[in-house]
Write a protein that binds this ligand. Structure first.
Ligand code: HEC
Length: 135
């Protein structure tokens, strides 16, 4: 009887591990490109200056509020944030919660998988040599 209980536990553990692996899916930059539609109304990825928000070209490794030709809020400039996958994830989840008083009129993306895809896409579009995170 004890042996049977042991087997049951082992089988349960295996099931739990398999379940965890299914839920941890890899971030997909292709899907992130589609998610970027939510940002594209205000952000470009090139050198353009006529959008509502600053260009997100070469975003990773950049200091928040640091583009010379964009008029940021004081909150963004003073935030002391450097854009990395981690800071971007927190920001996109709740822009006002992370940098209080910034003027990005966007409620946030609550789905963590969607944020991960979007961040993978923004990493892929970052060519800056500052951003040489091993992958
Ligand atoms: C309604 C327009 C709008 C939308 C939609 C929007 N943003 Fe913004 N975003 C802005 C504005 C305006 C700023 C500048 C905020 C400030 O200076 O306080 C900004 C700032 C940023 C910054 C800081 C950039 C820097 O140079 O420091 C990041 C990163 C950012 N947005 C990412 C995103 C992402 C990712 C999305 C999509 C999920 C998004 N934004 C959606 C308008 C928008």
């Amino acid at each position: 009887m004890r042996a049977l209980a042991g087997w049951t536990l082992a089988a349960l553990a295996a099931l739990i591990i398999a379940g965890a692996q299914i839920s941890v899916r890899a971030a997909d930059p292709e899907r992130g490109k589609a998610a970027f539609d939510k940002c594209a109304a205000c952000h470009g990825l090139g050198d353009q200056r006529d959008t509502d928000g600053p260009t997100l070209k070469d975003l990773m490794g950049r200091k928040a509020g640091s583009l010379e030709d964009f008029r940021y809020s004081a909150a963004m400039k003073r935030s002391g944030v450097t854009w990395t996958p981690a800071t971007l994830d927190t920001f996109i989840a709740d822009p006002q919660g992370f940098i209080k008083g910034n003027r990005m009129a966007f409620a946030g993306i609550t789905n963590p998988a969607e944020r991960a895809d979007l961040i993978a896409y923004l990493e892929q579009t970052t060519s800056s040599p500052i951003w040489n995170r091993p992958r």
